[in-house]
Design a protein around this ligand. Structure first.
Ligand SMILES: [Zn+2]
Ligand SMILES: [Zn+2]
Length: 165
């Protein structure tokens, strides 16, 4: 089958499309927020998987980094009552988090730089995320010493060069 990432690539800024290394995972799962009021359905390929230790991710995740899965936005469906919050990303893009209005769990995020991509917290898929295999750590410059991340992973001080979210 034609890889979804390849088909999307022409529509994305070239700088961003290169982030999309083809992955074998095809997701078909349903996840819910902590309280169960918000449901996320994923039905499509994984575009990328990464760890991010920027300070925003630390605040939102409550840990030293976040673990995220990038998927085509049209393969991620949110239902239930959500709120959203938009902040400027270090790249200059607008970064928007959508979270459960009742319990606050982040269900999905998006960058204005790549509106065709949905950013999903791997932890939202708790119990069904054993396949998660990040291939890079971004914003390693702010990774706290107490947070241990596989030292074999490529590390980038901020964004991976030419692959800004
Ligand atoms: Zn909830
Ligand atoms: Zn981050």
């Amino acid at each position: 089958m034609a890889d979804k990432a390849s088909r999307l690539a022409p529509y994305l800024p070239a700088i961003y499309a290169r982030l999309m290394e083809p992955q074998r995972q095809k997701l078909d799962l349903i996840a819910t927020c902590d309280c169960g009021a918000v449901r996320l359905t994923l039905d499509g390929p994984v575009l990328a998987m990464l760890q991010c230790s920027c300070e925003n991710c630390q605040k939102v995740s409550g840990g030293g980094h976040s673990s995220v899965v990038l998927v085509p936005a049209d393969t991620a469906t949110l239902s239930g009552d959500t709120k959203s919050y938009t902040r400027p990303a270090a790249s200059g893009a607008d970064f928007t988090r959508h979270f459960c209005a009742a319990c606050g769990t982040t269900a999905l995020a998006q960058s204005s730089r790549a509106p065709d991509v949905a950013i999903i917290p791997a932890g939202l898929l708790a119990g069904q995320n054993a396949w998660f295999a990040p291939n890079q750590l971004i914003f390693a410059g702010s990774l706290p010493d107490w947070d241990q991340i596989d030292s074999a992973l490529p590390r980038y001080t901020a964004y991976r060069p030419e692959k800004q979210l």
